[in-house]
Ligand binder design. Structure first.
Ligand SMILES: C[S@@+](CC[C@H](N)C(=O)[O-])C[C@H]1O[C@@H](n2cnc3c(N)ncnc32)[C@H](O)[C@@H]1O
Length: 285
């Protein structure tokens, strides 16, 4: 498959996530409820301590930066970096509501970090690294900006079969569109799902690998309608594919996705299993 131009990938990411930022703000309570445990896991795996300086890569609307800011306290500080200014605007509003003064948000590209070497005690990242055009290069940059003894803790999506709330819509799309099999070398939701993949890159970048684990949880929605609406609003990578369907096909896809979601029904709500790959590492002293 032809390789995409890295700058084009980054520009597409920026546009995609800026477009869905209002939806991420609208559904913030739902995201927070389903995903907060991952923030705690990352803060723990990065061994955050009060007074530390932390970098959150691809922080979007502030996850896990906002929790990290609470963990490092007023003597520490957190910098959230993201391509999408509109996502960061939401993050800033949330920081203000929480009264956090030790967190700042800055636009920037994870694949070209502009920070001095050895300037952060910890680097954390939730659901960003698999979207980068050159993950090994980004991981080398992470290793560079970490202080000796500093920690990296990252969350990426695990395999599609363990994340039906993401794979159901993709399966429904396949009824109408010929989707090429995901290229393991190209950015995408499941690009780093394989055990050992990100972990290997981290070790090759000179970090000491500590954890490569599948963490499971549940993504719970009040109703199948809530699941479908929030998904369609927020899923930046899926939107361009749904846009290719005719209005009639879209209706059919919607009823197929809701029908498939039914097998995860618990009373009135829908509870999907989900699986996240957690990778943690430390820069040698
Ligand atoms: C799925 S969102 C995750 C946001 C947040 N970390 C969370 O877990 O809620 C992915 C984020 O990665 C950001 N992103 C993608 N490629 C990036 C890059 N090269 N540099 C910085 N941010 C990037 C996007 O703008 C988007 O906000």
């Amino acid at each position: 498959m032809p390789q995409m131009d890295p700058q084009q990938i980054i520009e597409t990411q920026r546009q995609d996530w800026n477009r869905v930022a209002p939806a991420w703000e609208k559904w913030d309570t739902l995201i927070d409820r389903n995903m907060t445990f991952i923030n705690y896991r990352l803060a723990g795996d990065a061994r955050l301590r009060s007074g530390e300086r932390v970098l959150d890569l691809g922080c979007g609307t502030g996850y896990p930066a906002l929790l990290a800011a609470q963990a490092v306290g007023h003597q520490g500080s957190v910098l959230g970096l993201d391509l999408a200014e509109e996502m960061l605007a939401v993050a800033r509003r949330k920081a203000k509501t929480l009264g956090l003064k030790n967190v700042t948000f800055q636009t920037g590209d994870v694949t070209a970090l502009s920070f001095d070497s050895a300037s952060f005690d910890a680097v954390i990242s939730r659901f960003c690294l698999m979207f980068l055009p050159d993950v090994p290069k980004a991981v080398k940059e992470i290793a560079r900006v970490l202080k000796p003894g500093g920690y990296l803790a990252a969350a990426v999506w695990s395999a599609p079969e363990n994340n039906p709330f993401i794979s159901l819509p993709m399966n429904a799309l396949k009824t109408f569109l010929t989707l090429p099999p995901p290229d393991p070398e190209q950015p995408g939701i499941f690009r780093l799902a394989k055990p050992g993949d990100l972990f290997g890159m981290v070790e090759r970048a000179g970090l000491q690998g500590l954890t490569d684990e599948e963490l499971t949880g549940e993504s719970v929605y009040a109703t199948a309608d809530e699941y479908f609406s929030s998904l369609m609003d927020m899923a930046a990578p899926l939107q361009p594919l749904f846009a290719k369907l005719s209005p009639d096909q879209r209706k059919q896809a919607e009823s197929e996705i809701k029908r498939a979601a039914d097998q995860y029904r618990k009373g009135k709500s829908v509870a999907f299993p989900m699986a996240i790959r957690i990778v943690a590492a430390r820069k040698p002293q």
